[in-house]
Design a protein around this ligand. Sequence first.
Ligand code: ADP
Length: 278
Amino acid sequence: SYDELKKCTNNFSQSNQIGSGGYGKVYRGVLSTGQVVAIKRAQQGSTQGGLEFKTEIELLSRVHHKNLVGLVGFCFEQGEQMLVYEFMANGTLRESLSGRSGVHLDWKRRLRIALGSARGIAYLHELANPPIIHRDIKSTNILLDDNLTAKVADFGLSKLVSDSSKGHVSTQVKGTLLTEKSDVYSFGVVMLELITAKQPIEKGKYIVREVRIAMNKNDETHYGLRDFMDPVIRNTPNLIGFPRFLELAIQCVEESASDRPTMSEVVKSLETILQNDG
Ligand code: ADP
C-alpha cells in the first residue's frame, strides 16, 4: 500500500533515492516482509508516465524469467503511481563498465552477463505469449543483482508484437519498423560495450564503426583490437572465446536485419563459448 511504501522509503527521502529516470525517481525500500525493493515513483502530473506504467504492469505481470527484473507489485493510490521491483544491488551494467560502481567485471563475468541478458531477451522474443520486442536494450537497462546476475529492465517502452499481418512480427514506432532484429542489433552494441567499455553514442554507431575499421586491419585472432579494449580486461592472459564473441557481436550489428542471428541463436553461441572454457 501507499503507506507501507512511504514508510519503507523513509518518506521518499533523498537518502533513499537511488536514481532518477524518464518517469520519475527511484527509491530503495525494505518491505515488511524483509524484501529489498526498488520503487519507481512517477513524477506528479506526468500523463505520459501513466500510460507507460500501465504497459509495464501489463507486460511484467505476464513474464517471469530469471534474467528479467521482476515486478513485486504496484500502487495506484492517492494520486500516486508506483512500481515496485526486486532490488538490483549492483546497479546498471553501464555504471559497472564506466568504473563508477566499484564493481570489477572480469572477462568471464562479462561472458556470463552477456549470456544472462541474451536469455532474458530471447525469452521475451520467443517464450512470452504474445512475443515482446523490448525496443530499448542498452547497458543502462541491464541491471546486476547482488550475485552480478544480469537482468533486463525497463519495459515501459516495450510493445506487444502486433501479429495483425499474419506471421509478420513487427511494430511501428515513429515511422521506424522495429522487429526482434532491432533488439538483436542493440544487444550487439551491448556486447561491444562489454569489450570496449566505451559509452555508446547514437545507438552504438561509433563503436560499431571503430571496431569494424580495427577488424579490417587485424589478423584473425583480433587481438590487435587491444587498443579498443577496456583496459580492465586488456591484459587478461586468456580471453576465453574472445574472437568468437567479437564475431558474434559483429553479426548482431549487421546492417541488414536478415544477416543478424536470432536471439536464441545468440544464446546458443554464447553457451558454446562458455562451455568450451571448461
Ligand atoms: P531510465 O528511465 O533512465 O531508464 P529508470 O527510471 O529505469 O531510468 O531508473 C533510473 C535509475 O534507477 C537506474 O539508472 C538505476 O540506477 C536505478 N534502478 C532502476 N531500477 C532499479 C532496480 N530494480 N534496482 C536497483 N536500481 C534500480
